[in-house]
Design a binder for this molecule. Sequence first.
Ligand SMILES: Nc1ncnc2c1ncn2[C@@H]1O[C@H](COP(=O)(O)OP(=O)(O)O)[C@@H](O)[C@H]1O
Ligand SMILES: [Mg+2]
Length: 292
Amino acid sequence: MTGTVHKGVVATNLVQAYSSGRRLWGKADQFRAVDRVNLTIAEGETLGIVGESGSGKSTLGRMIAGIEAPTSGTVSFWGEHYARVGTPQWRRQRRHVQVVFQNPAAVVDPRWSIHAQVREALTTHEALDLSEADDRTQAMLAMVGLGSMGKRLPHQLSGGQLQRAVIARALVLNPRLVVCDEAVSALDVSVQAQIINLLLNLRQQFNLSLMFISHDLSVVRHISHRVGVMHAGELLEIGDSSTLFDNPQHDYTRRLLAAIPADSPRQRRQRDINAFGGRSAVPAPRQLPVQS
Ligand SMILES: Nc1ncnc2c1ncn2[C@@H]1O[C@H](COP(=O)(O)OP(=O)(O)O)[C@@H](O)[C@H]1O
Ligand SMILES: [Mg+2]
């Protein structure tokens, strides 16, 4: 089975069991953060993964990215299994699959310029002379809209710009698959849309496969060809994005969908306000100064 799809990812019966920390009858109690998940991601395809917090999305993403070995089951990555975590072969495989997380500030070095960090990612994996590395870095930064900002340090960038820098650092390696785990969740709604559009452009230019994990269904719907719904470690349903959103098979999916705010301008503004943590360019009535 696993050998049939070479271009893309095939996950078969993936299980990740963690110890719950409790002991039952002297045996460590195990629970399955991910339970018998089967999925595929084709070349150039975006698979969205939705589900509530704690449903196993990130754990699934780490196994698909090869960062964490499954307890059981297999991941075939372009026809190859991931080598054991930490081995030289595993490190060679790393460049083909990149991960973008929620908080870009946590994954950059505060002392290095954006240019230096993107270039470093490149020279770690390829023996290049410095001028070629600089050229490719500059081209990549331009592609994510940071062409004039390479000299800046991370703290001199906004959250959205910093996420662009992290995306540049991931894509300069020309990966096959990028796993985005809540990659836009910390950004305000207008910046989210910019980053999503950037990812859509890059997906096309690089023929990227994307695994796009988010608890925000409206974001996932916009970017995904297919969507999978996680609940308590299981993949409840998976299917074509429009089919799943228009005609969900599972009761749980219907309840999840019912929680999406409708897209009226007023509700969008309210989401904006929520994303800003209560502050907004458009003040809500209750935020207007009280006349006395
Ligand atoms: N390294 C770990 N050790 C033990 N439990 C974990 C670990 N990582 C995640 N979990 C647990 O696995 C479940 C799924 O977590 P996670 O994959 O982070 O879900 P999600 O990303 O959907 O919020 C949660 O109950 C979480 O507490
Ligand atoms: Mg998560």
